[in-house]
Design a binder for this molecule. Structure first.
Ligand SMILES: Cc1ncc(COP(=O)(O)O)c(C=O)c1O
Length: 383
């Protein structure tokens, strides 16, 4: 059989670069983040947990017998464990295990959502700036991207614009968006949108899958889950992760919660063993130790208040809303401040090139001691 690729400029000529991929993939740049060489430094650059997971997680992983490494992972009981954790947290409406999808991190859930739902020519509706992985996922499917900027004062959510863009009339001949991605609170602006308004959007757009990325919900309590009725609103999907609050970012485990048929469709485009046994073991232990997570979240919120008080007293331009992060506008060029903080052993993230945020730094919040360390270094590099 002769293989060819119609999109390749000269498909007949063999090339040292090997056969061409799909046109969408050829046009894509790999999504990369500066994740190397960070160990041993104060990590305020990826909104991670800065102290590590519950000791119960560590004990559970250590207790895994070596012969279990040779066995494919088992997922039985993990969906139920998440539901028990949510119910203990006050979620009154009972959810079924079939309404929970398990993924190798929320990144993998996002990828699967696009893979299952995003077709060539479909539209992704989202906001800008927002979490950086939505766009490449849309691009790899050949989707059009409509990203509404956070132009309102204080980076408020552009609700009216999103509502208008959800209607089919917004794109004559094109139909409604296939996917709406709402990061709530938004990374990196911290923008919060009330769960009632999210439900309003979902109810008004039954042909659009409305995905609410709640990675940082623990820091605001704004979850749409207590209000969500997935039978009545089957076009709503909520994403949750144990990466940031429970401290399992390196193990990779995330959840998608929604109507059972939707979760089933998303699950069809994942591999059978995508989540490894260490992540499963860690997730069980982390979900069973909610007091540890609650204490960490409370500590981060206290540290955020402490830092904001210093910023206000010193007159540093900043923006703080939801999430375990805030934005700072240094007097000196952001890249220079980022580099000098790194020399002082502290990692933060420059927002250079991000719409509306050029010149700012995103600083993750850790413990109060860590933020004291940050504030000391900031004052030294920002005289
Ligand atoms: C908004 C948002 N969604 C998803 C992710 C990825 O989460 P996970 O580590 O569970 O893949 C991140 C990570 O930074 C994020 O900020």
């Amino acid at each position: 059989m002769k293989l060819s690729n119609a999109a390749a400029p000269d498909a007949a000529a063999p090339d040292a670069a090997g056969p061409f991929a799909r046109p969408e993939v050829e046009a894509l740049q790999a999504y990369s983040a500066p994740l190397e060489g960070r160990r041993g430094l104060l990590r305020l650059d990826f909104n991670e947990n800065t102290v590590g997971p519950s000791p119960q997680v560590v004990a559970a992983i250590r207790a895994l017998p070596a012969d279990h490494y040779a066995i494919y992972p088992e997922y039985a009981g993990l969906r139920e464990a998440l539901l028990a954790n949510l119910a203990a947290g006050g979620l009154e409406r009972p959810l079924q295990p079939a309404q929970v999808g398990l993924f190798n991190g929320v990144d993998a859930a996002i990828h699967a959502l696009f893979h299952a739902y995003g077709d060539r020519g479909d539209t992704l509706l989202t906001t800008s700036p927002t979490f950086g992985y939505y766009s490449p996922c849309a691009q790899m499917q050949g989707m059009a991207i409509e990203a509404i900027p956070y132009r309102l004062p204080d980076f408020r959510f552009p609700f009216e614009e999103i509502r208008a863009a959800l209607s089919a009339e917004a794109r004559p001949g094109g139909g409604p968006p296939r996917l709406l991605l709402i990061c709530n609170p938004n990374n990196p602006t911290g923008t919060r949108l009330s769960p009632q308004l999210i439900l309003e959007l979902a109810a008004a757009a039954p042909h659009t899958l409305v995905v609410v990325d709640e990675l940082y919900e623990a820091f605001t309590g704004d979850s749409v889950l207590p209000l969500a009725d997935f039978e009545a609103t089957p076009n709503l999907v909520v994403l949750r992760s144990l990466a940031k609050t429970a401290g399992l970012a390196g193990l990779r485990i995330g959840f998608a919660i929604g109507a059972a048929p939707v979760i089933d469709r998303i699950g069809r485009v994942t591999g059978p063993y995508d989540i490894n046994s260490f992540a499963v073991t860690a997730a069980h232990a982390a979900l069973a130790d909610q007091p540890y997570v609650d204490a960490y979240v409370a500590e981060v919120c206290a540290a955020r208040d402490w830092l904001v008080a210093q910023l206000q007293a010193a007159g540093v331009r900043h923006h703080v809303a939801g999430g375990n992060y805030l934005l700072l506008w240094p007097e000196r060029p952001a890249e220079e401040v980022e580099r000098r903080l790194r020399e002082a052993g502290i990692l933060v993230r420059s927002m250079a090139g991000k719409l509306l945020l050029d010149g700012s730094l995103r600083v993750s919040i850790g413990t109060t001691d860590q933020m004291r360390q940050f504030w000391q270094a900031w004052q030294e590099v920002q005289p």
